[in-house]
Ligand binder design. Structure first.
Ligand code: ADP
Ligand code: TRP
Length: 330
C-alpha cells in the first residue's frame, strides 16, 4: 500500500490556506483505505521561529485539534507529534552527512532571509539559526523515515520535497537503495490561496483568515479583505480574492452564480456578506468539534501517544536498515 505523509508546523493558528492547501486534501486521501497515512504536528520545525514555550503549547494544540476537527480519524491515520519519534532525529543526522551545503544555500526560506538582510544592510546571516538552515534536512528525515510515496502540501513546499528526493538519491548512491523517492501532491485550484491583502495567505504575512475563531471574528476578517474601489453596479473582476475564496466553500453551480452576480455589479459589501454566510456554514460543524477537543486536551494527548507508538514501530524498521547500510550495525 502506498504511504502518504504530511506535517504542519505549529507556528500560528491554522488558517484557510492550511486547510484547503494541506489539511483537507490529506484527509480526503485517508478516507477510502487506499493509502497508509501519516500526519503529524511538526513541533521541532516550529522551534526556528517560536518565541516561547507558551506559544509552542498554544499553537501545538491549535494545530492538533484542527486536524481532528477537520475529520482526521485516528483509526485510519497514524497521527503523531514529530518530537515523539526519536528515530527521525537520528536519521536527520545521518542525512546531514550526505547533504551538500550548497543544496541548503539554495533553499527558499534561507535565501529569503539572506536577501532580506542584504537589502537592509545587515550581516548576510543575521537572524539565521541553524534550525532554519537545516530545516529541509529534517523535513527530508520526516518523509524518508517512513518510506513515504506521496506528500500532500501547498505549492510553497514543493522545493522541500525536491530536496528530500535529492538527499534520498545521494544516500542511495553512496550506500544502497534504502530510501523511497517521494512525490508531492499539490491541489491545482488552491496551490496558493490568497490572503486578506491578495498575497499568499500566510502566518508570516499576517494576512490570514483563521479557520477556527468565533463568527464575529470571521465576519470581521472577511470585511477586511482588500478590494478595488468599484462601486455597486459596476462589474467586478472575477479574479478577485472574494471570488477565489467563495468558490472553495460551494459547488460548481453556486460558484458560477456568484461569479455572474459579481460581473453584474454586486456590491463589495453584499459580496462579503455572502462569502461570510457560505464560509460560516461550512466551518460551523468543524468549529464545534474543534472547541470540544480544545476543552479535552487529555484526549488529544492520548490519541497522539497511540499514534506515536504506531509511527515509531515503522521508523525503527527504517532506522535499522539505514544503520546497517552505513555500517554502524550488523
Ligand atoms: P504558513 O505559510 O502560514 O506558515 P505553513 O508553512 O505552516 O503555513 O503551511 C502548512 C501547510 O499548509 C503546507 O502544506 C503549506 O503548503 C500549506 N499552505 C500554507 N499556506 C497556504 C496557502 N496560502 N495556500 C495553499 N496552501 C498553503
Ligand atoms: N515544512 C512544512 C511547512 O512549513 C511542514 C513539514 C515538516 C512537512 N515536515 C514535513 C510537510 C514533512 C510535509 C512533509 O508547512
Amino acid at each position: 500500500m502506498k504511504k502518504v505523509l504530511t506535517g504542519i508546523k505549529p507556528t500560528g493558528y491554522a488558517h484557510l490556506g492550511n486547510y484547503f492547501g494541506a489539511i483537507k486534501p490529506a484527509i480526503e486521501l485517508s478516507k477510502n483505505g487506499e493509502y497508509e497515512c501519516f500526519y503529524f504536528i511538526a513541533d521541532y520545525h516550529a522551534l526556528t521561529t517560536l518565541k516561547s514555550k507558551e506559544d509552542m503549547k498554544e499553537y501545538f494544540y491549535n494545530i492538533a485539534c484542527t486536524w481532528l476537527a477537520c475529520g482526521l480519524d485516528p483509526d485510519k491515520v497514524v497521527f503523531y507529534k514529530q518530537s515523539d519519534i526519536k528515530e527521525v532525529f537520528e536519521i536527520n543526522w545521518i542525512l546531514c552527512n550526505v547533504t551538500p551545503k550548497g543544496l541548503m544555500n539554495r533553499a527558499h526560506a534561507y535565501k529569503a532571509c539572506v536577501e532580506f538582510n542584504e537589502q537592509n544592510n545587515l550581516d548576510k546571516d543575521a537572524n539565521v539559526n541553524m534550525g532554519l538552515y537545516n530545516y529541509p534536512i529534517l523535513m527530508a528525515a520526516d518523509i524518508l523515515s517512513f518510506g513515504t510515496d506521496l506528500v500532500p502540501v501547498g505549492l510553497d513546499q514543493k522545493q522541500h520535497i525536491e530536496i528530500a528526493r535529492d538527499i534520498a538519491n545521494a544516500f542511495n548512491k553512496k550506500y544502497e537503495n534504502v530510501f523511497v523517492m517521494p512525490d508531492c501532491i499539490i491541489q491545482d485550484n488552491v496551490s496558493t490561496l490568497v490572503g486578506l491583502d491578495g498575497r499568499k495567505m500566510s502566518k508570516s504575512y499576517n494576512n490570514t483568515i483563521q479557520l477556527f475563531t468565533d463568527e464575529k471574528e470571521l465576519k470581521k476578517k472577511i470585511n477586511r479583505i482588500v478590494t478595488d474601489s468599484k462601486l455597486p453596479g459596476e462589474p467586478k473582476d472575477p479574479n478577485c480574492t472574494i471570488n477565489k475564496l467563495y468558490k472553495l466553500f460551494v459547488d460548481k453551480d453556486k460558484a458560477q452564480e456568484f461569479e455572474q452576480k459579481l460581473k453584474e455589479g454586486l456590491s463589495w459589501g453584499e459580496a462579503k456578506a455572502m462569502l461570510f454566510e457560505v464560509a460560516n456554514d461550512y466551518i460551523k460543524p468543524m468549529r464545534e468539534k474543534f472547541f470540544y477537543y480544545m476543552e479535552n486536551k487529555n484526549l488529544v494527548d492520548e490519541i497522539l501517544k497511540q499514534g506515536a507508538i504506531k509511527a515509531q514501530k515503522q521508523a525503527i524498521v527504517y532506522l535499522q536498515k539505514i544503520r546497517k547500510a552505513i555500517g554502524v550495525e550488523n
